[in-house]
Write a protein that binds this ligand. Sequence first.
Ligand SMILES: [Zn+2]
Length: 282
Amino acid sequence: MRIFDPHIHMTSRTTDDYEAMYAAGVRAVVEPAFWLGQPRTSPASFFDYFDALLGWEPFRAAQYGIAHHCTLALNPKEANDPRCTPVLDELPRYLVKDSVVAVGEIGYDAMTPAEDTALAAQLQLAADHGLPALVHTPHRDKLAGLHRTLDVVRESALPVERTLLDHLNETTVAAAADSGCWLGFSVYPDTKMDTDRMVTVLRTFGTERILVNSAADWGRSDPLKTREVADAMLAAGFTDDDVDRVLWRNPVAFYGLSGRLRLDVPAPDALHEGNSVLRGGE
Ligand SMILES: [Zn+2]
């Protein structure tokens, strides 16, 4: 079984996670830029983070046989912080990098005017750079948030077929499916979708344009949730081909819209800018 986790924050995870993910069948990941759990205080903090997603993290992933790409953006939460918004002016020089396969994650957190501005500006950046967009839908007030998101997407220059709506659930999936956008589901241990609910959504809405991710980060989350969904699909009577479509071909098709997806993992370099993942005299 081959698995592509289309949304996971590996910078917050350990090398043990990489090892376990490889053993579970994960061969490719996309890491969206997001917030740190605490506020950044300047654009420079974003630049160091973006550089890590473009350099150190793909290097780490390659040590474990996993292809790593990223999506870059000003995240919804920090779109409200005037110390952070100047990062929008610098994004274009990052969006041209080879391993950037979308603009994201963008979207709404608290649905403020500042978030409106950042979302519209970044959908335009995606259109300008020939990239698709990963759009996070809000965790509170989900259906209102989805409708407002769709209004902004439809007014933008980015076609719905190049837009992935993430963190969907039973409340939002029908409206999201009608929109023509790609549909993303984050499966967490406690909140959002769980494995059984995910299988029910797949039974109801089919396997086309649907992506499943672990969204694992520094919070309570599980980088093996993608494999758990694959196993639950098989147990529920889905075929190997259905599983391959949802857990591999759909993410490949969506991020492939960037024209930049490289799924062959090159033999890993021992060092990245002089540093390795090993410690001491190993
Ligand atoms: Zn995320």
